[in-house]
Structures are given as C-alpha cells and as structure tokens.
Design a protein around this ligand. Structure first.
Ligand code: GN1
Ligand code: MG
Length: 368
C-alpha cells in the first residue's frame, strides 16, 4: 500500500500537524514538498530522495548532518542565526536522519526557512557577487570541518569516470539514438583530451580536494529579501572534491544569458559582467586558502563543468532518458545543445575570462 504524503510526514519529528503538503522546486532528481503546519508551528521541506541516484541515502544524510552541524557552530560563533543561515535536518521519530517507507523509498526532511527569495537566473551583477560570496563562505567555513565525508556519488565530477560511462552508453546505444546525434558526439570527442588533462591535475593532487557543495546553481542559494546571501541549500551532493567544481558550476548557472534548457540558442552565452561579479564575490571569501594551482585553473573550471553537463545531458539522451527528469521527449538533447552553446561562448571568450580572474586576484581590496 502506498502511504500518502500526510502519512509519510507523520514519521518525522514535526512540531504541529501537517495541514497542507504541496510540491515545490524544480529539481531534476528528487521529489520535493512543502509541508505547512498551523498554529505558528514551523513549516518543513519533505523530500523523496532518488534512490537510484543516491544509492546510500543513510551515508548521504550523515554527510549532510556533519556539514550542517559544523556550519551551525560557525554561524553561532559569528553571532548569526543557525536556523536561517544553514539547513536544519529534522530526523524521523525513531531518531534516524531519514524514513524508509514500505516500498523502500527514502524520505528526509528539514526546516523550511521563511522569508527568503530564490532565483533561477542571475541578471544582476550584485546578486551574482552575493552568490559567489555564499559559496565561497560555505567552502571557507567548512575548511576546518573535522572528519571526512563519505563518497556517496563516486566519480561525480570525475571526467575519467564520466568518459567510462559515456563509452559504455555509446557501445550499448540502448535507445538507438546514436545515429541521430553524430555531430553532438563529435563535440564530446574533440574535447576528450583537454578535459582529461584537467582531471589529471586532481588525480595527481596538484589540485587538492576540500569539502564542497557540487551543485552550485543559483537556485540552490536562498537570499534574504534585501538581496544578501542567507543559506546554501540542496546538500545532497556535499562531497570531498576539487573546490573549482563549485566555482565552475556556478559560472555555468549564473553567467548564462539564457536558460539551461533554452530552445532559442541565440539567447545562450556567457555574460562577462556576471562572470566578473561572481568571481569577485567568490574570491573575496576564498583567497585566504586557495593555492596557486586553484587560482590558475579557475577560468578553465567553468569550461570543465559546462562540458561535463553537455556530456551528461547528451549521454542521458542517448541512454534513453533514465537519469534526469524530462518534460518532453527531446528535453535532454535540448539541454545538451544549450549547454554546448554556452561552452562555445566560454571557449571564445576564454582569454578574457582569464584576464578577469587575474585582475580580480590583483585587486587590493579583495584581500581582506
Ligand atoms: C541535478 O536535481 P538537481 O537539479 O539539484 C544534478 C546536477 C546537475 C543539475 C543540472 C545529483 O541537480 O549534477 O548539475 O541537475 N544532480 C545530480 O541542472 O546529478
Ligand atoms: Mg542538486
């Protein structure tokens, strides 16, 4: 018997009674709901985690708990509000950080943070600068987190792993679509060597690993109504990885003049003002710990992560749309094409990007 959302919510230590439960958010992986209670009790976010993608939800929730506990300590030390400036996991009634229903689905919950503003595009440089500060601060506050995180998504931003998946998918061609995307496949193959060369720098330790977010699109940050950064959300992908993945993924999201899945390719491209503003915000929080190799590879990381997204969307299209939620049959192909347009725009403007990064690093006011 399938439990209703109301019944699922009763398994969590919520204060108050769930009066209304409705879908919220645009995530491509999990199912997310807002649980509203009455009588002044807090509201909650309830999520069904995608267990095919997150194959070890208990380990994932342990990672999230470790990260949020450390952040809370730091926020309190800085005189902030630990229930607004970081997520608060709400455990199940049995004390576990998740509830597993009779069908084997995993559910988790956190406090809903009231009075916040979210965006799915950054048209305004000040917003981008705030977002950069948000992820930069997130990384800085976690730089001294004790213990380690479990690798709950092996190979997540590892291009060698992604190419293994890619080669297997192409060899199987399970949906018979390879023939339809010969030109798009060439986009990937032409860049294989340069992308693996970047990955090698992580494998050799030239680029270190740190506690990172790994999904830094703009919709994963909550702002307060005044426009200041409040809280980094969607912590499912917190991992130990190269911190440039967070920077690069944010540029892919913030500095795109179009949408991630824009059908109108003329709209898609790199917005240099947003790029610069995000870079300034990010570096204002991170220059105290970023090493020389990290500084030198910032601009390239935006190409790396955008390329990875072209590969992942195209691979999911070729593989028969098994990973990302889609809204129409060619959605993954549309996404791959839009991300490819963004990648080309970054490649054309790469020297300019490198100059912007170098200039920001040399601004005296950035070194606080
Ligand atoms: C997925 O579900 P969502 O929107 O938080 C994906 C990210 C992609 C993103 C593209 C675990 O994130 O890696 O960058 O879609 N998350 C996972 O929008 O694969
Ligand atoms: Mg996510």
């Amino acid at each position: 018997m399938t439990l209703t959302l109301r019944e699922i919510s009763q398994h969590f230590s919520f204060a108050g009674v769930a009066e209304d439960i409705r879908p919220i958010g645009e995530g491509l992986i999990n199912e997310t709901f807002l649980v509203q209670t009455g009588n002044g009790s807090p509201n909650y976010i309830l999520q069904r985690k995608n267990r095919h993608i997150f194959t070890d939800v208990p380990a994932m929730m342990n990672n999230i708990q470790k990260v949020t506990s450390h952040l809370k300590k730091k926020v309190i030390e800085n005189g902030g509000d630990p229930e607004r400036e970081t997520l608060t996991v709400v455990p199940a009634r049995d004390g576990k950080l998740y509830y597993r229903d009779e069908e084997g689905e995993f559910w988790a919950a956190c406090l809903f943070i009231e009075d916040t503003v979210g965006y799915d595009a950054a048209r305004d440089p000040e917003l981008a600068r705030q977002g950069g500060k948000g992820i930069g601060r997130f990384q800085r506050l976690l730089a001294d987190m004790p213990g380690t995180l479990e690798d709950t998504l092996p190979g997540f931003h590892d291009m060698r792993y992604r190419f293994r998946q890619w080669d297997e998918t192409l060899a199987k061609d399970p949906a018979g679509r390879k023939i339809l995307v010969q030109q798009e496949i060439a986009w990937i193959e032409e860049r294989r060597a340069e992308m693996l060369a970047f990955r090698t720098k992580v494998e050799t330790g030239e680029l270190p690993t740190r506690v990172t977010h790994n999904d830094t699109k703009i919709s994963n940050i909550l702002f307060d109504p005044s426009g200041a950064i409040l809280c980094v959300i969607d912590l499912d992908t917190v991992l130990s990885s190269c911190c440039l993945n967070d920077y690069g993924d944010a540029i892919r999201s913030y500095a795109n003049t179009g949408m991630e899945d824009d059908k109108e390719l003329y709209r898609v491209g790199l917005n240099m003002d947003i790029f610069e503003a995000y870079t300034r915000g990010y570096l204002s929080e991170t220059l105290s710990f970023l090493g020389p190799a990290e500084r030198e590879n910032l601009a390239f990381s935006a190409r790396y992560i955008t390329f990875e997204q072209v590969l992942r969307f195209l691979m999911d299209y070729i593989g028969g749309d098994t990973y990302y939620k889609i809204k129409y049959p060619e959605h993954n192909l549309t996404r791959a094409k839009a991300q490819y347009k963004l990648l080309c725009s970054m490649e054309e403007r790469y020297e300019e990007m490198c100059t912007v990064v170098a200039n920001v690093i040399n601004e005296p006011s950035i070194h606080y």
